[in-house]
Design a protein around this ligand. Structure first.
Ligand SMILES: NC(=O)c1ccc[n+]([C@@H]2O[C@H](COP(=O)([O-])OP(=O)(O)OC[C@H]3O[C@@H](n4cnc5c(N)ncnc54)[C@H](OP(=O)(O)O)[C@@H]3O)[C@@H](O)[C@H]2O)c1
Length: 239
C-alpha cells in the first residue's frame, strides 16, 4: 500500500510505540488518527505533527467511546485504510495476587479494545474492497507473551495469546474481502510499559524506531503479499 494520503487509525497513540507509529506514518503523508485517554499528550502531538495528525480522546475498552471515535473518523474521511490495534498494558505479579480489577482491565483493554476497534472498521474496509478491490490492513500488537507463557505474567499471557487466536481467525475470515491482518509478537521494547507493569525492563531492549521500520515494511507490501505474523526480539536482551 502506498501510505501517502491513506487514513490510518492507531490506538494507544499518546505514548511509546503508538506515538512513534503516529510520527512515522504522518511523515509518510498518511492522515493519522490517534486514539488514547490522555488528551493533553495527544494535543501536544497535534502541535508537533500538524495537519497529518488528529488526536481523539478514547478509552478503547468503552463500546460507546469507540463507537463515537470511529463515527467521527468515518464521517470526516469516508474511509479507513489502516487500523493498528496497539493500546495495551500488563500488570505483572504472582497469579494468586491478581485482583479482579487487574484481570478485568487487561482483558478489557488488550482484548475487548481490539474487538471493538476491529468491529468498527470492518464494514468500511469491506465496502472499500467492493469499490477498489482492496479493503485495508489491520495490524495487531501482541507480544512474545502471546507465544510463551512465563511466571508472573499469567493474565497478560491470556490476553496476548487471545490476540493471537483473534488475529489468526480474522486473517482467514477477511482475506477474501481484500483485508490484510498482521500480528506482531515483540519482545522487550524501550517504552513506559514496564513502569506500570511491575517488572523491570530487560537491560538491552529493542526501540520503537526498530519496530516502526518493520511496520512500514509490512504496510507497504504489494496488495497480494500478506505478512501474517512477525516475531521480533532483541538479540542480546541482557546487554
Ligand atoms: N514495551 C514492551 O516491551 C512491549 C513488548 C511487547 C508488546 N508490547 C505491546 O505494545 C503495545 C504498546 O505498548 P507500549 O510499550 O508502547 O506501552 P506504553 O508506553 O505504556 O503505551 C501504552 C499506550 O496504550 C494506551 N492505552 C492504555 N490503556 C488504554 C485504553 N484503555 N484506551 C486507549 N488507550 C490506552 C496508553 O495511552 P493512555 O494512557 O493515554 O490511554 C499509551 O498510549 C501494548 O499492546 C503492549 O502490550 C509492549
Amino acid at each position: 500500500m502506498n501510505l501517502e494520503g491513506k487514513v490510518v487509525v492507531i490506538t494507544g497513540a499518546s505514548a511509546g510505540l503508538g506515538a512513534h507509529f503516529c510520527n512515522i506514518l504522518a511523515a509518510k503523508g498518511s492522515k493519522v488518527y490517534g486514539l488514547a485517554r490522555r488528551k493533553a499528550l495527544l494535543d501536544e502531538m497535534s502541535l508537533e505533527l500538524g495537519a497529518h495528525f488528529k488526536g481523539i480522546e478514547c478509552d478503547v475498552a468503552s463500546e460507546m467511546a469507540v463507537g463515537t471515535a470511529f463515527k467521527t473518523i468515518l464521517d470526516a474521511e469516508g474511509r479507513i485504510d489502516v487500523l493498528i490495534n496497539n493500546a495495551g498494558l500488563g500488570i505483572f505479579g504472582p497469579a494468586e495476587d491478581v485482583t479482579m480489577d487487574e484481570w478485568d482491565l487487561q482483558m478489557n483493554v488488550n482484548l475487548k479494545g481490539v474487538f471493538l476497534c476491529t468491529r468498527a472498521v470492518l464494514p468500511a474496509m469491506k465496502a472499500q474492497n467492493d469499490i477498489h478491490g482492496f479493503g485495508g490492513h489491520i495490524v495487531n500488537i501482541s507480544s512474545v507473551a502471546g507465544l510463551l507463557g512465563n511466571p508472573n505474567i499469567s493474565t497478560y499471557n491470556v490476553t496476548k495469546f487471545g490476540l493471537k487466536g483473534y488475529s489468526e481467525a480474522l486473517f482467514k475470515e477477511v482475506r477474501e474481502d481484500g483485508i490484510k491482518v498482521s500480528c506482531f509478537y515483540p519482545g522487550s521494547i524501550q517504552t513506559d510499559f514496564f513502569k506500570s507493569a511491575g517488572l523491570p525492563m530487560s537491560a538491552n531492549p529493542m526501540t520503537s524506531e526498530q519496530l516502526g521500520s518493520t511496520l512500514i515494511h509490512v504496510l507497504e507490501t504489494p496488495d497480494n503479499y500478506l505478512i501474517t505474523e512477525i516475531v521480533m526480539r532483541p538479540l542480546r536482551p541482557k546487554g
